[in-house]
Ligand binder design. Structure first.
Ligand SMILES: NC(=O)c1ccc[n+]([C@@H]2O[C@H](COP(=O)([O-])OP(=O)(O)OC[C@H]3O[C@@H](n4cnc5c(N)ncnc54)[C@H](OP(=O)(O)O)[C@@H]3O)[C@@H](O)[C@H]2O)c1
Length: 297
């Protein structure tokens, strides 16, 4: 089975590349720029730089590799960046997906799109796969529009939505837990909101769920996230306690007082019953996730 992955240098990309190649699958990892992954010695791992906003390059790479699966994990993923640079966000998150879809169709590849809880407005929480989408920020809107492109494409597809991913950042961007560790261990305080509801996701669980989905040849939408409902503040406090760092440096705030360029949905969190039932997806508890992220105490 041949898999082409976008966003391979990213946070999820590292864990997915490791898992897929360890499972013996042939992987063409792609990302912007040079390879930042330490897997070049694995015989079934190959890397090509590919900016998926360049349609011709997408066509050339996809047609010459002719993958069975494309996992599209690359994105402009920071909501505030998307709000401040909406045209660039449209190009990367929407047009890039369109180019990849059209190449996937030509080689008859299954297309797995990695999406987000931010396609929802945050009024309900505990969203099922069939819930009505409506985003409160530009990042969510671009992901929603990309989902619509995927659903309308004449090919086999799946959409994975996930939530506030945490874990040890290997090559990709930092995340809430790595920021807590970094700031608190140098005595710096960290302001975190306590009125946004999430189901935080351990990055290894997300990679495993995607692996289950593609190896079981599932199609349609799946929610893959953690099993516990927590606010970012609660996550940060638990992380501080786990690391024996000063909890008073975690400063509780709320959405109204914490100014960010992009509005955040208040209550998200995704319902994972379908993934549990159909894929056998069984994510870690948050405490188990802390152990995987930081190692034993
Ligand atoms: N992290 C979360 O909490 C979270 C939550 C919900 C959904 N998601 C979704 O999960 C997926 C993976 O997220 P992540 O956390 O792994 O993000 P990430 O660490 O920011 O990785 C995204 C990768 O995409 C690459 N990329 C961006 N534009 C590109 C382009 N035009 N051509 C090629 N590569 C490009 C980036 O390359 P550079 O490194 O060179 O910039 C980066 O390595 C994304 O679709 C994101 O929307 C993430």
């Amino acid at each position: 089975m041949k898999i082409l992955l976008t966003g391979a240098n990213g946070f999820l990309g590292y864990y997915l590349s490791d898992l897929l190649t360890n499972a013996g699958l042939d992987l063409l990892a792609t990302s912007r720029g040079d390879c930042r992954l330490p897997f070049l010695s694995k015989g079934n791992f190959n890397y090509l730089p590919l900016d998926f906003t360049e349609e011709k390059s997408v066509d050339t790479v996809v047609e010459s590799y002719a993958p069975d699966f494309i996992i599209h994990a690359g994105a402009m993923g920071k909501p505030d960046d998307c709000e401040l640079h909406p045209e660039l966000a449209d190009l990367i998150n929407v047009e890039g997906t369109r180019f990849l879809l059209s190449a996937a169709r030509r080689v008859n590849a299954h297309f797995c799109y990695i999406s987000t809880d931010f396609v929802f407005d945050g009024k309900e929480g505990n969203y099922k796969e069939s819930a009505v989408r409506s985003s409160v920020n530009h990042y969510g809107l671009t992901k929603l529009r990309a989902e619509e492109l995927v659903e309308a494409a004449a090919l086999s597809w799946s959409i994975v939505r996930t939530v506030l991913v945490y874990g040890r950042p290997m090559t990709g961007r930092s995340n809430l837990l790595s920021i807590v560790q970094e700031k608190l261990s140098t005595g710096e305080s960290y302001q975190v909101v306590d009125d946004q509801i999430r189901t935080p996701t351990y990055v290894g669980d997300l990679a495993l769920g995607i692996f289950q989905l593609i190896t079981q040849a599932r199609t349609g939408i799946y929610h893959l996230c953690g099993q516990e409902v927590l606010t970012p503040y609660q996550m940060a406090l638990q992380a501080a306690a786990y690391l024996s760092l000063d909890p008073s440096l975690v400063v509780r705030t709320d959405t109204a007082s914490f100014k960010q360029a992009a509005q955040r949905p208040l209550r998200t969190g995704l319902n994972i019953e379908k993934a549990r039932r159909e894929l056998g997806f069984l994510p870690l508890t948050f405490q188990q996730g802390l152990l995987r992220t930081f190692g034993p105490r």
